[in-house]
Design a protein around this ligand. Structure first.
Ligand code: JCQ
Length: 263
């Protein structure tokens, strides 16, 4: 019996986590004690009578900065699992490899910034590192924390049922996922490719592999850079030279230029 991975979250808006932590995969994983997520309300550690968590920036400028005192007080009082990671657009990019690494440890903690950011002394002397989920601006680190928690939890032993097809999925094998189909075999005139209904499982596997490679080359060529093509992959690509459009009159979506590209 393995012990649950412990995740402690520090947030000025703990209510943000209520529904996502109860619903679906995360809710089931917590009920089954596969993961132990505790959300701490930063406002409980505010020291002034207004329970302030922020103040104006030294040097002037727009917006507010999170105070060091309540953040240090919260973390020092809880003594949460380390590493303690600050969610921030300025952080290291969070990806599947980091998710797998965090899933292999006994626990970690997430500190959610708000307002225009946190006092730099929190980043330097309280947190062990900064994580970013991507190059966009959100109102605070709560959504990013949920992304990290869900990506890590679904990798824990026993969390995923039949969908332990974990090895096929986008990013897990270093390629984008192949196209998937379910019933009906024909929907509004669009047919499921004959090969996936053929019952020839080895041929289906080669078709899927070829589609994953075509799709990755078209959409995320960066993932293929410096990756040698195996003999099996080259053979799959010869057998299935390009994705089959559902309607021969339609252009192949994978071969269209990216939106916003001139050509
Ligand atoms: C965006 N990846 C992560 C918003 C302040 C550290 O202080 C702040 C953090 C945020 C949240 O941004 C993110 C993020 N991309 O967490 C304001």
């Amino acid at each position: 019996m393995t012990v649950a991975v412990r995740i402690d979250v520090f947030s000025a808006f703990p209510e943000y986590f209520e529904t996502p932590l109860r619903a679906s995969l995360l809710g089931r994983a917590r009920e089954r004690n596969l993961v132990d997520v505790t959300v701490h309300d930063l406002r409980e550690y505010a020291t002034d009578r207004h329970r302030s968590l922020d103040d104006a920036p030294f040097g002037g400028g727009a917006g507010m900065v999170m105070l060091p005192e309540p953040l240090f007080a919260a973390v020092e009082s809880v003594d949460p699992p380390r590493p303690l990671l600050l969610l921030s657009a300025a952080g290291e990019r969070f990806g599947q490899a980091r998710a797998a690494q965090l899933a292999s440890e006994p626990g970690f903690s997430l500190l959610c910034g708000r307002y225009e950011g946190v006092d730099q002394r929190v980043a330097e002397h309280l947190s062990d590192g900064e994580l970013s989920i991507g190059d966009y601006v959100t109102a605070g680190g709560e959504v990013a924390a949920l992304v990290v928690i869900e990506a890590v939890t679904r990798l824990l032993p026993g969390v995923m049922g039949n969908a332990e097809s974990g090895q096929d999925e986008s990013h897990v094998a270093g390629l984008l996922e192949y196209p998937q189909y379910t019933r009906p075999a024909e929907f509004r005139g669009w047919s499921v490719p004959a090969v996936v209904r053929s019952g020839d499982h080895a041929r289906v596997a080669r078709w899927r592999r070829a589609q994953a490679l075509h799709r990755t080359r078209a959409r995320r060529p960066d993932l293929l850079a410096g990756r040698p093509l195996s003999d099996a992959d080259a053979a799959a690509l010869r057998e299935f030279p390009r994705a089959e459009p559902s309607d021969p009159a339609e252009p192949n979506q994978d071969d269209l230029p990216e939106r916003g590209e001139s050509g």
